[in-house]
Design a protein around this ligand. Structure first.
Ligand SMILES: [Zn+2]
Length: 191
């Protein structure tokens, strides 16, 4: 996530990881091709890569990857409800995630001091990350940035994103979908 929205860096990392997992583990379309959700060891490695990209090396097992696939489906529902503008439904889904993950805040000490992090009843890969995702989404939905959870508007793409732009006007999952829609609009004006 880039731009002007200022989430706490821990929250930003969790939201970015949530987007990465949903776009990796839920089937659909990325605008160019049908999303090929990886299986087996490819999936396990890809999940580890998403989590590592947000600063934490996690020892992911095949069973963890399967369970995170279920979590990714739940996270997608949150983004879809938010994208429809149904914030009551969004909040209800996030509350369910807070309950089911039993997420709790905790001050953790790092080199540069104490920082508020989120944990589950244990800090295993699935429970720890899922509690974090629930907490980060709760902070987002309960703030002025509630409208920042989105699903790509470039049909047939259904990849999700967090809009970190200054004006909150992002509509696409990435530059590829944006330029494809712009090019199509340009063609339709000139034919
Ligand atoms: Zn897209």
């Amino acid at each position: 996530m880039t731009g002007q929205v200022k989430f706490d860096s821990h929250v930003e990392a969790l939201l970015t990881a949530a987007v990465g997992l949903v776009n990796l583990l839920t089937p659909g379309h990325d605008g160019t091709s049908v999303v090929d959700v990886p299986t087996g060891s490819r999936r396990t490695a890809a999940v580890g890569d998403v989590l590592l990209s947000q600063g934490r090396r996690s020892r992911v097992t095949a069973a963890d990857a399967t369970r995170l696939g279920v979590v990714a489906g739940q996270l997608r529902e949150v983004f879809a409800a938010a994208d429809r503008g149904d914030l009551d439904r969004t909040a209800g889904l996030v509350n369910e995630l807070l309950e089911s993950t039993r997420a709790r805040p905790r001050l953790d000490r790092f080199d540069d001091g104490w920082s508020l992090h989120f944990h589950g009843p244990d800090d295993g890969v699935v429970v720890g990350w899922s509690a974090g995702f629930a907490s980060a989404l709760a902070l987002c939905v309960g703030s002025e940035y509630a409208g920042r959870l989105g699903v790509c508007a470039a049909t047939p793409c259904d990849r999700i994103f967090v809009d970190g732009s200054k004006n909150g006007t992002r509509r696409f999952c990435g530059a590829r979908c944006q330029s494809r829609v712009k090019a199509a609009a340009h063609r339709s004006r000139h034919t």
